[in-house]
Write a protein that binds this ligand. Sequence first.
Ligand SMILES: Nc1ncnc2c1ncn2[C@@H]1O[C@H](COP(=O)(O)OP(=O)(O)O)[C@@H](O)[C@H]1O
Ligand SMILES: [Mg+2]
Length: 1006
Amino acid sequence: MTTIREERRLVTCLFVDIVGSTDLTMQFGAERLKRELGAAFGEISRIIVAYGGTVEKYIGDAVYALFGAPIAHEDDTLRALRAAEAVRDWCASGAGHGHPFRVRLGVETGEAVIDLAAAASTKQQMSVGPVVNVAARLQQRADPGEILVGPAAHEVAADAAEFEPLPETELKGLGRVAMWRLVGVGSAERVSLPFVGRDAEIALLGYAYERAVKGRCVLAVVSGPPGQGKTRLVQEFLGARAAGALVIGTRCRPTDETGVFAPVRGLLGVQTIDELAEQVGRICDDQVECERVVAGLAESAGIGESGSLAGLPAGEREDEIVNAWRRYVALLGTDRLVVLAIDDIHWADPWVVRLVDRLTFGGPRLLVVATARPEFADAAGIRPSGDRFFIELEGLEPEAARRLATLAGRGDERVIERAEGNPLFVVELARALPERGDLPLTLQGALGARLDQLATGERVLLSLAAVAGERFSAADVAFLARDEVPDVGRALNRLADLHFLDIIPSGYRFHHGLLRDVAYSRLLAAERMRAHAAFAGQRVHPEDAEALAYHWWEALRPPDAEWVWAEEPDLPRMRREAFAAHLAAGKRHAHHAATDRALELIERALSFADDDRQRALAHQTMAKAHQQVLRQDEAWSELRAALELYRGAGQTPLDVYVDLTEAAKWSGAFRQRPPEAEVTRIANEGRAAAEAAGDVRSISAILAAYAGYMFNTHQSQPDLAVPHIDAAIAAAEMSGDAAMRRTAIELKISRLEAAGFYDEMGGLIEELRATERELGTFSRMGVARVTADYHFAMAHRAENIAEVDALMAMAEPMGPHNRTHAWNQATELYIALGDWPRVKDLARATAKLLRDSPGTAFCVAAANILRDGAIAHALEGEREDALALMAVYVTDEVDRDIALAAPRALLGFASPETDAKLAAKARSWWSWCQAAFRAVVLQRPEDAESAIARMGGVVEHAVAYRALADGIREAVAEMRGGSAASYASLERIGYRGWIEMLRRRVKAEY
Ligand SMILES: Nc1ncnc2c1ncn2[C@@H]1O[C@H](COP(=O)(O)OP(=O)(O)O)[C@@H](O)[C@H]1O
Ligand SMILES: [Mg+2]
């Protein structure tokens, strides 16, 4: 891996072509032209280099230059545009060469592969990438004097330069490309957003400021990585606090760009010795002193002859300079504090730093505020003292970051998380288009510039570390770099000193996640993919399915895998491992209901599957992921796909039948349920296969799931399911399996519920809870539902209220159908308690839910809520509202005559059909319970008595229904002329709503 010689990097290409050199040949003759062109190319190169570019080569009459390699700057695109303008203007002016040339220019930004060795030595032929071709073609398209700019360069510079859009144009070999004409590069920076946060740092700077005001020399260094907000903090602080002070600002740049004196000249604000003398003369009356100060200042700024100091030994010369500066500051600050603000002092030449150090170590009062990269303070040798403030700027607090992101246009969590509090990243990410996952080009530039502060070897280590992960050890990186661990460890420690990495107990981590992204993106695809494969094969713990899946995916993912691994004999084995890792990781995520991620992983597993058995397994696992969140339609169709594939492969495992029947059991969660015949056929087929194999566990699992399916799909005819339930309980108990034990308990509860034997249910519910805990299984919802039913029937009012509240909360994030189950449990309780407003609210919400969820299959639970709502409205004389709820259609499977029996009676409908239906079709005790209410309301004592009789066991075995039966008997007695009903049993358990229903009498004509 140490052989890495090439990098992918973000660069900006500039092509310049001199127009019409054939004409010029005619005009000047070959010899003169050659000289003229030579001189022009020389000047063009000089301009390009001055803006920080590198001339790659000359092609005929064209110059090809690169910005961003070998060294990236934060603003390479703007530099290229400025250079383009300067080249064009120089050529057009004719200055220095007597007659104007015209040039065509093309500029584009993008990724290119850079040959590091070539970049380091000859600088020839170092870049390859589509960006180079686009820039070249743009230049060919440009009219003389025109600068054409491609889409990426335009995107980066859109805020800082003015462009004129041109029609999209077909460029040879590149397809249609959007392009712009550069109108001009402004000097304006982007409009700043309002300042957020940073209260603590402002307070610290305020403290430094106060000390200086009181007469001391103070140095405050604000340090932090690029974009952390150093410059902005100082600006804001000085803007708000330094009104009475004289603030002089300057900015440092890499010295090869501007020379070592530029920052000092910036502080003086002059370019020549005459200007300097005049400036000092204005504040200094003493001629001799004035000359001395000017000489010292001029020496520090590298201007003028400065004859008097040139002859001095270095130490004395420096003393003279420091003295001159002290005097100058004192003269400036006779009546106010002088503040020198030096931005990016880490770029400054060491002697400038020494000057600052000495100036602020005693002397006239002064405040120097400098900003610097984190590595600066340690390295610069600034002496500590009580008047030195080092403020390490951390990321913004999450609250401030969120505010900034919102101000920038998009305060979503993804932005906040990725930016890790760095305001520049916050702003750029928030401004970038959300659908573009990749890093905004502006950020790539900023981070790339930071990487280029490193030596090539260090940068390569960082890129390899990025392959290992967000966190990694020295051994991980040494493995990838094929180097010795101690050497790599030393290098990584240095990178930690430079704040590229943080040291953590298990090794290292990237100081900022985005830095990792950029370091990573510099590797060539082939190197990156081979590194991931090697890492997956040898450095990841075999149990860490997620990490394995990640590395295998990055090693084998499309589209590059095809050519990178074309010749690899070991590819089938690698794909097998990738398949297994993805499937395992997918299962783990499915198990934790991280469904989307699970599906993504399994989808990837599928892409590595080499036969139908693997494919079937992947589909079966996808079904599990869906099933976890009750997406039954999807689960069912994945399982059907798996079944077909298994059949085709000639071998169908039993568990796919178990999964299918189990999926069907959650009948209420389907939008469109599979037909009963299909479910029954599959269950039978599975059972036969399990019997043939003598697999008791599978037999019992299929039977249990099928019994549950029958119970759930025939809710008003529980007796249809009872034989299946009995068969399943017997099989479950025979199987001796722990999970089957739970299933058996569930089935027993269902059986008791079907018969109304609630008083026997308490122990089973306890048992069910205990096994749930033991097995850690999913169906908390199921347990909560039977528990609420149980408490309702046993009139445990407080427990019932608590369980219903919990159930409603649990169902809130679930699908609409599950919500109606929870709500139905609630309306059942509220009806009994007579809490009519809440019943009406839930009924209204249900009607809306039905309207809003046309794709969802609802069941009798929704119908029951509507019924309860109609009852509540009818009791309160709101006839129209009751009718409206009764008109809402739920599903074919609900017999509306039976479901709406009670509210119909309350509204005085004479409907013999309803009675006929009840007589012919009602099988469940709960239907008869409604029939009993109906009979009392309609004043038909015989019907009421026969309904109670048909309610069966529940009247004996459930406190609430026993009280109801007592009440109905009293009402019957009253109707027959006996004493007035007292409803004392219902009163005792607090079911006053039921009492209110039983007191109502309506006369209906038949
Ligand atoms: N506290 C803040 N509130 C609002 N914007 C900020 C804040 N800090 C920084 N920014 C913005 O983030 C970007 C980077 O800040 P800057 O001061 O240039 O960083 P640095 O000097 O550390 O590289 C700028 O656009 C700046 O306006
Ligand atoms: Mg800055």
